[in-house]
Write a protein that binds this ligand. Structure first.
Ligand SMILES: [Zn+2]
Length: 523
C-alpha cells in the first residue's frame, strides 16, 4: 500500500466485507489488527504504510484541535463492576491494542514521553499542533494520589512547552513545577486548549473540583453507565443516581464541560429500559450532559457477569437489537450534545457473544440510518468540517434550557438548515455555590467556546486560509453575545473556564485571571 488510491481500495474492500457504506480510520486500523492474517505478505499492507496514509488525511484536525490521549500508570480501581475484566499491566477496561495504550506501554506510562511521541507523529504527518486537547485516560483519575496527579499533569504541560526544542528526559534533573509549566504554556507553540480526565461520580465534591481547577482541568468524563438505582446496584457500581446528579451539578456550576460515559445492555436492563434511560438523561434537568460516549456492554470471560451468563441469567443484545437501539437513541439526541464515541473497547475475539462483537458499530449505525433517511442532530454530526463554504450565510441561534438548577444558554453559528455548525458557546447562569471558586457575584460562566473547521495556526499573526473559518471573529462574536446576555440578566461579572493555553485569547478580550478563571467586569 503506497498511495491514497490503494488506501481507498482497501477501505472499499473492507467496507463491503463488513456490510457498511463507510469505514472510519480507526475502524480500518481495528480491522487491520484483528482480522487480517498475522503474517505479512500479499493482501496485508504494512502497518507503517497504512498509518502514514491514514494520518495524512486531515480528519483529525477538522474539528479545530488535535487530540492527545495520555494514559496513567496501572493502579487499582475502587470499582467492583461485575462486567469489568482485570487485565494485567494495563488500567482496567482498556484494550491493549488501542493506539494510545500501545504508545503508553512503549513509553512506560511516562506522560512526557507519551505527549512528545504523539505530537511528533502528528507533526510529521502535517498536522498543525498549536491547539491541543489533552485527554487523560486510564483508571479513576480522582483515586490516584494527589502528588502523582500533579506530577503527571505538569509533565504533560512540560512536553507541550518543550516540544520542538531539546527533549529533557533525565529523571534526576527534572523537578517539574506545575504552576511554572502552566504559565509557560500560555506562550508555548503547542498550547493546551482543553484538559480532560475521567472519573467516578462519587468522587466529585467541592474539594475535588477546586483541586481539578488548580491542575488546569476543563472537562470531566463521568462514568455514569445508567441512571437507574436498581441496575447500578445489580452491577455493583458502588454509587447511586443521587451521586450522578450531584456531581453533574457541582461540575457545571464550576464551569466544567461534562461528558457521560453510558453503557447499554447492563445486567438487569432491557432494550426498552435502555432507551428510556437515554430519554431521561436528554430531558431530565438533573442530567443533560454536554458530551456523550456510548460503550455498549461487552461480555468477556473472567468476570462475574460471565458466570451469570453461563447460568442463563444474562444474554447480551444481538447485533440487530443493538444497532436498532443505537439508532433510536441517535434519533432523539438534543442539538447541544456531542456524541463523541460509539464504540466497544474490548477486542472482538475476547467478546463471548452479542452485538458488541461488531467491529464497526458506528459505521453500521450510520449506514442503516442513511438507508432509513434519518439523521443525528448532535454537534458532531453537524460540525462543518470540510464542508465549509465561505459564501454560505451564517445565522446566530440561541437555545435556552434548564439543567442542574441553572439556566443553560446554547449559542451557535449555523447555516439556515442547521446542517452545518461553525461555532458554539455554552453560557451557564446560576446562583448556587460553585465550590467557592467563582469570584463574587459571578454566577455567569462560559463553559465552552469552540469554533469548528480546519485548524489554523495561532502564532502566524492572524493569517487565515480561504477554506478555514477559525479566527474570522466567530469566537469573538459568540463571547460578545454571551456578555450581553449575562448583563441583561443582571450579572456584574462573567467568567470563562479557560484552559491554560486559551488564556491569552481572553486577555485580548479584556478578561483577567482570577482564581483559575478568566473574568471580565460587565459594568
Ligand atoms: Zn451525531
Amino acid at each position: 500500500m503506497e498511495t491514497s488510491k490503494d488506501l481507498d481500495l482497501f477501505r472499499r474492500q473492507m467496507a463491503k466485507k463488513h456490510r457498511v457504506t463507510c469505514l472510519s480510520n480507526s475502524d480500518l486500523l481495528k480491522i487491520y489488527h484483528e482480522n487480517l492474517p498475522k503474517k505479512s505478505g500479499k493482501g496485508r499492507p504494512s502497518l507503517f504504510a497504512l498509518e502514514r496514509l491514514l494520518i495524512k488525511r486531515p480528519m483529525r484536525s477538522l474539528s479545530g484541535v488535535v487530540n492527545v490521549s495520555v494514559l496513567t500508570k496501572p493502579y487499582p480501581c475502587p470499582g467492583k463492576c461485575i462486567f469489568c475484566p482485570t487485565q494485567k499491566n494495563i488500567p482496567k477496561s482498556y484494550l491493549a491494542k488501542e493506539p494510545a495504550v500501545q504508545r503508553a506501554i512503549l513509553n512506560k506510562f511516562d506522560p512526557y514521553q507519551q505527549v512528545w511521541t504523539r505530537l511528533l507523529s502528528l507533526k510529521e504527518t502535517g498536522h498543525p499542533i498549536d491547539k491541543t486537547e489533552i485527554r487523560i485516560i486510564g483508571g479513576t483519575w480522582s483515586y490516584y494520589p494527589k502528588k502523582y496527579q500533579e506530577w503527571f499533569i505538569a509533565e504533560c504541560f512540560r512536553a507541550c512547552n518543550e516540544f520542538g526544542g531539546r527533549k529533557i528526559t533525565n529523571y534526576e534533573l527534572r523537578i517539574t513545577n506545575l504552576r511554572k509549566e502552566q504559565n509557560k504554556n500560555e506562550r508555548a507553540k503547542c498550547r493546551v486548549v482543553s484538559l480532560a480526565v475521567e472519573t467516578r461520580p462519587d468522587y466529585i465534591n467541592t474539594q475535588e473540583i477546586k483541586w481539578m481547577r488548580e491542575l488546569g482541568i476543563t472537562k470531566v468524563e463521568l462514568g455514569v453507565q445508567t441512571v437507574d438505582d436498581k441496575i447500578l446496584n445489580l452491577n455493583q457500581r458502588g454509587h447511586g443516581v443521587q451521586e450522578i446528579i450531584e456531581a453533574t451539578r457541582l461540575l457545571k456550576n464550576a464551569g466544567f464541560k461534562v461528558s457521560y460515559q453510558m453503557m447499554p445492555n447492563l445486567y438487569g436492563s432491557t432494550l426498552k429500559k435502555d432507551l428510556a434511560v437515554f430519554k431521561e438523561i436528554f430531558t431530565n434537568p438533573d442530567f443533560k450532559p454536554d458530551f456523550l460516549k456510548i460503550y455498549p456492554l461487552a461480555l468477556v470471560k473472567n468476570t462475574q457477569l460471565y458466570n451469570l451468563y453461563q447460568q442463563g441469567k444474562f444474554k447480551p443484545y444481538s447485533e440487530k437489537e443493538l444497532t436498532k437501539l443505537l439508532i433510536e437513541i441517535k434519533k432523539i439526541i438534543p442539538r447541544w450534545i456531542r456524541v463523541e464515541r460509539i464504540i466497544r473497547d474490548i477486542p472482538s475475539n475476547e467478546i463471548v457473544e452479542g452485538g458488541s462483537k461488531i467491529l464497526n458499530l458506528r459505521a453500521m449505525v450510520v449506514t442503516q440510518m442513511n438507508k432509513q433517511g434519518v439523521t443525528c442532530q448532535c454537534i458532531r454530526c453537524r460540525e462543518v468540517g470540510a464542508r465549509y463554504d465561505p459564501k454560505e450565510k451564517l445565522y446566530l441561534f440561541r437555545e435556552n434550557y434548564t439543567a442542574s438548577g441553572g439556566q443553560e444558554i446554547f449559542l451557535t453559528f449555523e447555516n439556515k438548515e442547521h446542517t452545518k455548525l461553525l461555532g458554539l458557546l455554552r453560557l451557564r447562569l446560576h446562583n448556587q455555590e460553585g465550590g467557592n471558586l467563582l469570584p463574587e457575584n459571578s454566577g455567569a460562566i462560559v463553559r465552552e467556546l469552540h469554533v469548528f473547521g480546519q485548524m489554523t495556526q495561532i502564532t502566524h499573526g492572524g493569517k487565515t486560509s480561504i477554506n478555514s473559518n477559525q479566527h474570522k471573529g466567530l469566537g469573538k462574536k459568540l463571547i460578545t453575545e454571551a456578555e450581553k446576555i449575562a448583563k441583561k440578566f443582571g450579572y456584574k461579572k462573567i467568567a470563562v473556564i479557560s484552559a491554560i493555553g486559551a488564556r491569552p485569547y481572553y486577555r485580548k478580550l479584556g478578561y483577567k485571571l482570577q482564581n483559575t478563571y478568566m473574568v471580565k467586569s460587565l459594568n
